[in-house]
Design a protein around this ligand. Sequence first.
Ligand code: DHK
Length: 159
Amino acid sequence: MASQRKQPKPGKPKGKARTVYVLNGPNLNMLGLRQPEIYGRETLADVEALCRAAGDRLGLDIDFRQSNIEGELVGWIHEARTAAVGIVINAGAYTHTSVALLDALNAAEKPVVEVHLSNVYRRESFRHHSYISQAARGVICGFGPKGYVLALEALAEIV
Ligand code: DHK
C-alpha cells in the first residue's frame, strides 16, 4: 500500500488545538521486516501505538501517517500548517534527497522534530546529510521507536 492514513476516532472531534502530525516516509511501512538488525523488529503499527500512548499522556492528538510518495508527504505538510500545532517527521530516505520536503516544512511555519530510528551517523556517509534538519527545532536519532516519544515530549513543551 502506498499510503496509510488513520481516520479520526468516531465521536472525537478533530481539532487543531493539540494535534501533532507524525509523518513517516518511504519504506517505513516495512518496519519489522526490513533490515531488523538496523531498524528493529517493531512494526510501524507498534510505533503508532507508542505515539498514541505518549499523546494521551502529553495531551496531544496524534495524526499518524506514512507514505512512499514524496508529493503526498509535501501535501500533508501543507495541511499541517492549518491542521496541526507541530510535526514529527521521519522522512526516511527523502531526508537525504528532498529539497521539496525542506521547503514544505519551512512553509508550514510549525515546530518540527526530525526523527530517525537508526543512528544515521554510524551508517553510510550519504546518510550523514539531512536536507530537512534546517527546518527542524531538533533531531533525534539512534533510539529506535523511543525517538518518536522523545520527539513528542519535546514538542509538547514547545507548543
Ligand atoms: C529511515 C530510512 O528509511 C533511511 O533511509 C534513513 C531512517 C534512516 C531511520 O533510521 O529511521 O537513512
